[in-house]
Ligand binder design. Sequence first.
Ligand SMILES: Cc1ncc(COP(=O)(O)O)c(C=O)c1O
Length: 305
Amino acid sequence: MRKADWIWRDGSFVPWDEATLHVTTHSLHYGLAAFEGMRCYADDKGGAAIFRLHEHLKRLYDSAHIATMQINVPLQQVVEACVELVRKNQMLDGCYLRPIVYMGDGELGIAAQNPTHVEVIAWRWGTYLGDDGVKNGIRCKISSFRRPAVDSMLAKGKITGNYVSSILARREANSAGYQEALLLDPQGYVAEGSGENLFLVVDGKVRTPPKGAAILHGITRDTVIQLLGDRGIGVEESFISRDELYCAGEVFLTGTAAEITPVREIDNRRIADGTPGEVTRLVQKAYAAAVRGQDDKHSAWLTRV
Ligand SMILES: Cc1ncc(COP(=O)(O)O)c(C=O)c1O
């Protein structure tokens, strides 16, 4: 990760190298912190905009609420902080933004209630699953790790502790030579990637696991559903089994980091002819236009910097 000049911390900007924490920081010990990931894109008018900033920050506050952490800063102040951070770091050419809410130092022990802090980091982050992956598709492996049941892991919160299984799944997949892991839920239905939601196309119908599944309510997932809807293509939200994936005409992953990444192979089974399909290409194009301010219908998704 390349350093930026500034990090926003609890209401003011601090130099990158000074944004350090004490080892007794509570969240470090027990995994209770909430975070977000957003991208800022350059537009073709010489400016830049953060994509769906309000929705991401709403989810940050919801995640903190789920995690019983109180954020002591109004949401609007974090909105302004994100915009200013991009400007101050001179990242109008595009960057990734990572707000995080964590419980600081004071007491240790799981019953401790230390003050919470909010910070926002910005850095330049290229394609998450590789340029070739976005162009030609990636190889995925069904993980031996499962998404826990919805009453065990509170998957609607983007909570740091939830990511232990994501990291283990991703490492397992990578060391077996695949780019990404796909996790099943406790019933064996397909849930999501380690950091992405999943869509498939079968017999011309687009499907994705339902909101009630053990998945994060991805903002890119919602964006894709709306963009397809604009083009008269409905998305069915229904449970998907592993073998349905193998036989799908198209599979693609969605996420702020991964954007729209086609899947060309799962568990050594080629998906259709092994090249990104028509719907995947359409979604990639529509998404790229929306994030860069070229889709007038959705200009409200952009917060200009
Ligand atoms: C587990 C998981 N699922 C799905 C997503 C996609 O969410 P979004 O589209 O809001 O980035 C992410 C990324 O944050 C994630 O970590």
